[in-house]
Write a protein that binds this ligand. Structure first.
Ligand code: APR
Length: 257
């Protein structure tokens, strides 16, 4: 279990080339080069004094739903205004070359916009909404101001009239069960020789942070792609210490040849 500085470590190319299945577990670092800040990055502007871990909670919503909604509206606008990066695009191509399954902790839609199918959004999606009271899905209009605003009234549920909330998983909430179970099953179905790519996650938020261990137990080769060492680095057999948009395109290009 050694750190390798080379993006195109032949062992990594060979591992992916030999795999019958590739499981991708992506986190916020996947979208960093698209311009979406990661969770451990400092926030800027209106939200610079707030830690995402304090805003992304049921307690924050109870306390001040309009402030929390304004933060999500800003993030929706931010994600709409950026593009998938070369890493997202390389994964979409990888799926043409090897059976590839993606489970992401990200609430953006950049994998999909790059052309990938996503098995699971483990922490929900910025583009799904539901009533905070009755749980009814909401697909009505969502206002996204041009500039960040400090407070914004959430839309009202078309069924019960209560506030609509973001369809994301806040700290302390359960993950979407069907998507989490589908992810665990996909990982358990990996065989020795298959590969799990653990991309751009700090590996501190459970239960998602426990998924690489399931891949390891299944006998898969675990490859971490992250410029930094993480809580789960020790678990990986191989490491690419580079950003995704640098690491993934040459890996996929090598498989193409
Ligand atoms: N390429 C690859 N990895 C990167 C890049 C990049 N360009 N830039 C940053 N990273 C890495 C960082 O080194 C870090 O390890 O991405 C990781 C981002 O970590 P977090 O911000 O903690 O993101 P993540 O692990 O997805 O967070 C988990 O925490 O707040 C919650 O629900 C939220 O889904 C999120 C969860």
């Amino acid at each position: 279990m050694t750190a390798t500085p080379h993006v195109l470590d032949p062992q990594i190319v060979e591992a992916v080339r030999a795999a019958q299945q590739v499981m991708v577990l992506s986190g916020a670092g996947m979208s960093a080069e698209s311009g979406v800040p990661t969770f451990r990055d400092a926030q800027t502007g209106l939200w610079e004094d707030f830690d995402p871990e304090d805003l992304a909670t049921p307690g924050a919503w109870q306390h001040d739903p309009e402030f929390v909604w304004a933060w999500y509206a800003w993030r929706i606008g931010l994600v709409r205004g950026v593009e998938p990066n070369l890493g997202h695009r390389a994964l979409a191509e990888l799926a043409q070359l090897r059976p590839t399954t993606i489970a992401t902790q990200n609430i953006d839609d950049l994998h999909e916009r790059a052309g990938s199918e996503v098995l699971a959004h483990l922490h929900g999606s910025l583009f799904r909404f539901r009533c905070a009271e009755c749980g009814a899905p909401y697909d009505g209009a969502v206002e996204v101001p041009d500039k960040p605003v400090e407070r914004l009234a959430p839309p009202r549920c078309e069924t019960c009239g209560e506030r609509v909330r973001p369809g994301v998983v806040w700290f302390g909430e359960d993950l979407p069960l069907a998507e989490f179970e589908a992810t665990v099953t996909a990982i358990e179905n990996l065989s020795p020789g298959d590969v799990a790519l653990v991309i751009g996650t700090s590996g501190v938020v459970f239960p998602a942070a426990g998924l690489p261990a399931i891949a390891l137990a299944a006998g898969a080769t675990v490859i971490e792609i992250n410029p930094q060492e993480t809580e789960i680095s020790d678990m990986a057999h191989l490491h690419v210490r580079a950003p995704v948009a640098v690491a993934l395109p040459p890996l996929v290009a090598a498989l193409r040849d």
